[in-house]
Design a binder for this molecule. Sequence first.
Ligand SMILES: [Zn+2]
Length: 338
Amino acid sequence: MTGVKFPELDQLERIIDQLGARAQVDVVTQIQYYDIEFPIYCISVGTTELDAPVLGFFGGVHGLEKIGSEVILSYLQTVAQLLDWDREFLNRLERMRLVFVPIVNPVGVYLGTRSNGNGVDLMRNSPAEGSGKRRLYSGHRISARLPWYRGNKVAMELEAQALCSVVERHLFNSHLSIALDLHSGFGVRDRLWFPYASKKTPFTFIAETLSLKERYDRCYPHHIYTIEPTCKEYVINGDLWDYLFDEFVEQFGSDRLFLPFTLEMGSWIWLRKNPMHLFLKHGLFHPILPHRQQRILRRHFMLFDFLQRSLLYSEQWTKLDQQQRQLNINKALRLWYE
Ligand SMILES: [Zn+2]
């Protein structure tokens, strides 16, 4: 068995070397593709206290949308530098943990495909069933030759299992955690999506999500994100975050708080500026021009920082009294579900 390098994996392994003993590095699993083996790495920095607040970064679930992996790698590179000198950052990490799985679907990133090596769309692969009107892109079990194939019902794909095991170990064990799963390709705006993707039902932490959104709106009134439930745009089957979220609520109710966000980077704007890119392999999902790519690599760092500080100073948006909670729920229903 041989390991094959591709640029993103190569970069990740260089950062891992650079981090040395300052990070905990696990190979969650190895993915076999013909005679090649690809590792799925999980890197964590900060306190090892299980209960501490956690921010998790996940990228490359859809291999074609490798810009997600690249944004995380770029941020991880920054983190490695900050660890050298920034005492405030070090102090922050004594009280929280950052967890990174930059390349969830290494075969997909290597091949430049949305699906994994078995032709399965990992974001359609969980047992979560969508409700209401669905289309082919909602996920189907017809054939692996068609896009959006959900895989068989017997077991989730190894990559999906690896993602779930990291979330269960690092995020479920914490009293307060946020996941960010980076994708690209939908629309012209950057979107921050929260559950559900499978149904148009408000999820358990809608009041807290609204509080966090309003804090962000107040702090950064000119921010770039549309914050909304995924189901506002489409309804799908097999979403991994819906599945994990329901598992979490079943286990912990509202004793702990877990917010999974999908950061869907709107790539149509890249295309609008140069429609010829539509004909390149990565054109729809990846900024082709270097200046545009650089802009996207740094575009989200402010959000990453805001989320860390909001996890550390969470009292105001997580501990809502009865009245505030009801007020927020009513507001959220009007904003997102009418
Ligand atoms: Zn995607």
